[in-house]
Design a protein around this ligand. Structure first.
Ligand code: SAH
Length: 280
């Protein structure tokens, strides 16, 4: 998918409401049950998330995020490692990404402004930055929670990337916004009007690239993260989500603590974040 900012937050079949605990609940039409890698079946997303999240604090070693990090910490910092033994697909993957990127430019979905900046989310060892994003952007910020991957990425990209290496999970990452625009607005407006203009402050990124990682985020964190990404974009910037999808429902991977969602499920969460698909 490629997703663009969209002011229309509520789609027809997707909306937010509150449950008894006062936490936002995300409804998506067309997603029923699913399975997991142990052969268990779930009647609903709710049942699956209750099962996954009620057992331990998500950040603890036994929790949803803790288990995911633990899994990747034991994986070698290599292309084959981050691609789960499918290292041979990397060339085709990068070529396809290049073609998609060119389509976005050609069709006017993405308009670049100088100096170009991209984010590589769940960057691993910087495979995508090295093979694709750094060819197009002066600075690529790599966001990755696993230390030995990020260190490898920094070594691999040294000398041809002006971006930052940020060790954090996407559930906690807040894409930077433009401090310069804040300063300019401050000079030109009185304090009363500043509040309303703050909302239209633009982000720093032309492209926020999210590939083979979003399955690590819970539904709530997925939506909240996408909303933050939206605010992190420049005016004509885009979010690109490249992900494996199952044909229906979802499949939980108990080993690396991730969930493969159907295309309907992925799109439903993006719509819940106020994004619409502009190219596929
Ligand atoms: N996108 C890269 C790496 C894919 S492997 C590529 O295509 O080459 C999945 C990556 O997601 C790993 O580097 C893993 O450490 C990272 N990851 C796992 N949980 C994450 C989380 N909660 N937030 C951000 N990244 C995460």
């Amino acid at each position: 998918f490629c997703l663009l900012q969209n002011q229309q937050v509520l789609g027809e079949s997707i909306c937010f409401s509150s449950n008894n605990m006062g936490k936002g609940k995300i409804f998506i039409d067309g997603v029923e049950g699913g399975t997991d890698s142990m052969g268990n079946t779930y009647y609903s997303r709710d049942e699956m998330w209750k099962n996954e999240l009620d057992r331990a604090d998500p950040t603890s070693e036994k929790g949803w995020y803790g288990k995911g990090i633990k899994y990747w910490e034991d994986v070698p910092a290599s292309v084959d490692g981050v691609l789960g033994g499918f290292g041979h697909v990397t060339d085709v993957d990068l070529e396809e990404s290049e073609l998609f990127y060119q389509t976005l430019l050609r069709e006017g979905h993405l308009k670049l402004t100088e100096p170009g900046r991209a984010a590589d989310c769940g960057a691993g060892i910087g495979r995508i930055s090295k093979g694709f994003l750094c060819n197009h952007f002066k600075a690529v910020d790599l966001v990755e929670p696993v230390a030995h991957f990020l260190q490898t990425a920094e070594k691999e990209l040294s000398g041809f990337n002006d971006g930052n290496y940020i060790q954090i999970g996407l559930q906690d990452w807040v894409p930077q916004q433009g401090a310069q625009s804040c300063f300019v607005i401050f000079l030109h407006l009185d304090l009363n009007s500043l509040a309303s203009y703050r909302l239209s402050l633009l982000g720093l990124y032309d492209v926020i690239w999210i590939q083979w990682v979003i399955g690590h985020l819970t539904d709530e964190d997925f939506v909240a993260f996408m909303m933050r990404c939206k605010r992190g974009l420049k005016e004509d910037g885009v979010i690109v989500l490249k992900e494996n999808a199952c044909t229906e429902g979802f499949i939980v991977d108990k080993e690396d603590s991730s969930v493969t969602r159907s295309a309907v499920y992925l799109e439903g969460l993006c719509k819940a974040a106020g994004l619409s698909v502009v190219a596929q």
